[in-house]
Design a protein around this ligand. Sequence first.
Ligand code: NAD
Ligand code: MG
Length: 391
Amino acid sequence: MKQNLTVLGATGSIGVSTLDVVARHPARYSVYALTANTQAEALAEQCLCHRPRFAVMRDEQAAEQLASLLKASGCETEVLSGEAGLVQVSKAPEVDVLMAAIVGSAGLEPTLAGVMAGKKVLLANKESLVMAGGLFMSAVRDSGATLLPIDSEHNAIFQCLPVDYRGVGAAGVRRILLTGSGGPFRETPIADLAAVTPDQACAHPNWSMGRKISVDSATMMNKGLEFVEACWLFDATPEQIEIVVHPQSVIHSMVEYSDGSVLAQMGNPDMRTPIAHALAWPERIESGVASLDFMTTSRLDFEAPSFERFPGLRLSIEAAKAGGIMPAVLNAANEVAVEAFLGGRAGFTDIPRVIESVLEKTGQFEPQDLAAVKEADAQARELAVSLLQSF
Ligand code: NAD
Ligand code: MG
């Protein structure tokens, strides 16, 4: 039986890689819906190639443009728009698998809609788990959704854990080793960081990704968000997770067991591996990724992360420990600061500065519902915008 797939964020880096894997397996998957924010032309091309039942543009004007492009090419894909359209194609009864690959907080509601509908959800949108981890994971339990991590580190950890994993400790797991490359500025003199440009920040040494996550990798906020993500996904306390800088990105993360064994998942840094793994799980399918060449991979280096160089990492770990609304606030402030940096309205080192100030100025509480998360997110954004103006 073919599986019906919705790809949220189809035109992005993860979306394109997902469709690359899917196109290799026409007998296994059929595309039910594709979505994007504003890129009507890119989505139109994908529609002509994959012939989904629905295409959704978040932006209304882009939806009109897409509809006329598709009409002109005789494509029968129906066009929807707005958040309501995204939610509709995430929870539709016909959908078996939801790839959640929108970037940032905009991914929260459509992803959660798929979770609440009990879908097999492939989670790339780490921000939704950082924002609302408690609500998200209880929705997974209530609906019986299957949640599979796409983030390469979390996918690696998932692969290294026992099949019947029930939390760190319970399965003889001693700790989780979350690896990260350290990004493009691992060795840049700290004094030079204030002047780095968006293009320099987006030039990741090992991975090709969207601009927001590329900046997050350069500040190591990405590892910080992944730290929070790992706590939720693997029911681990912050003390049970250690961040290890591994510049080659050959090991994608590791799990250490109580007997001292360490299992690592390795491979070329290509997101098609975790995508293919999660799509076919528990089976294995071809992803298009080349074999890892051990003869040219002559060394694997490891080092501790520097909190002086990457203050965002310290802030993220503190937010994970504090719990409650703090990770959502951290995420909101980061999104505003990254957007300002990419738009030339903030410096690179202003990013952790803004996050720290917003966290300091926010009172802790435990969000009881999505409305509370959204309100705190909006307040943190407002605060971040005004702080940036005062810098
Ligand atoms: P990207 O910027 O390349 O693509 C983002 C996609 O989301 C696009 O299709 C865009 O149209 C859509 N989008 C953007 N804003 C939107 C909005 N407001 N409403 C609806 N749709 C919107 O991003 P990416 O690099 O593919 O990352 C996507 C997610 O996957 C992020 O959460 C990121 O952290 C995560 N992730 C990415 C990688 C990677 O290698 N790129 C690895 C691990 C995790
Ligand atoms: Mg990652």
